[in-house]
Design a protein around this ligand. Structure first.
Ligand code: RP5
Length: 167
């Protein structure tokens, strides 16, 4: 995993053990054809790599950073403290944690005033919504993307109707 040219959304994670969940964000971004990258770094285990990444992201054209981390999940806050870009945090239920992601949820959502992290739900739903939130932000200035988002939302509603008929 490395920095990719032309990336609009960077998906960062604290460990390769986070990849199975964070792939969910990548698959939504792929579906919407948003150039993205997967980047591995840890707030604790590789603090210098984390700072380098955060400091360079805006300059190389990244618009939004999605960050997944488990346990004492400092990564989103640490990155947000070193970039002006919007940071969307996904708390993860790490297999190493006995707290089922509640630890990561509080670490992600409870940012002190001044440095915002937009916190999503724990796990898969959070990873999916992080990508959809990034798409909503990008769609503010991209009509074509806005059109795709409208179709996606309409299809979800149509699906509810379909499922009603199958009950
Ligand atoms: C966090 O610690 C990572 O984001 C991961 O969710 C958790 C456990 O990491 P590993 O011990 O599986 O590498 O930093």
């Amino acid at each position: 995993m490395k920095e990719e040219k032309g990336t609009l959304v960077s998906i960062v994670m604290g460990s390769d053990s986070d990849l199975p969940i964070m792939k969910e964000a990548a698959s939504i971004l792929t579906e919407f054809q948003i150039p993205h990258e997967l980047f591995l770094t840890s707030a604790h285990r590789s603090p210098e790599r984390t700072s380098l990444f955060a400091g360079r992201a805006a300059g190389r054209g990244v618009k939004i950073i999605i960050v997944g981390a488990g346990m004492a999940a400092h990564l989103a806050g640490v990155i947000a403290s070193q970039t002006p870009l919007p940071v969307i945090g996904v708390p993860l239920d790490s297999s190493a944690s006995p707290l089922y992601g509640f630890d990561a949820l509080l670490s992600t959502v409870q940012m002190p005033g001044g440095i915002p992290v937009a916190a999503m739900a724990i796990g898969k739903a959070g990873a999916k919504n992080a990508a959809l939130m990034a798409i909503r932000i990008l769609a503010l200035e991209d009509e074509n993307l806005r059109g795709k988002l409208d179709v996606y939302i309409r299809e979800m509603a149509d699906n509810v109707e379909k499922k009603q008929q199958e009950l």
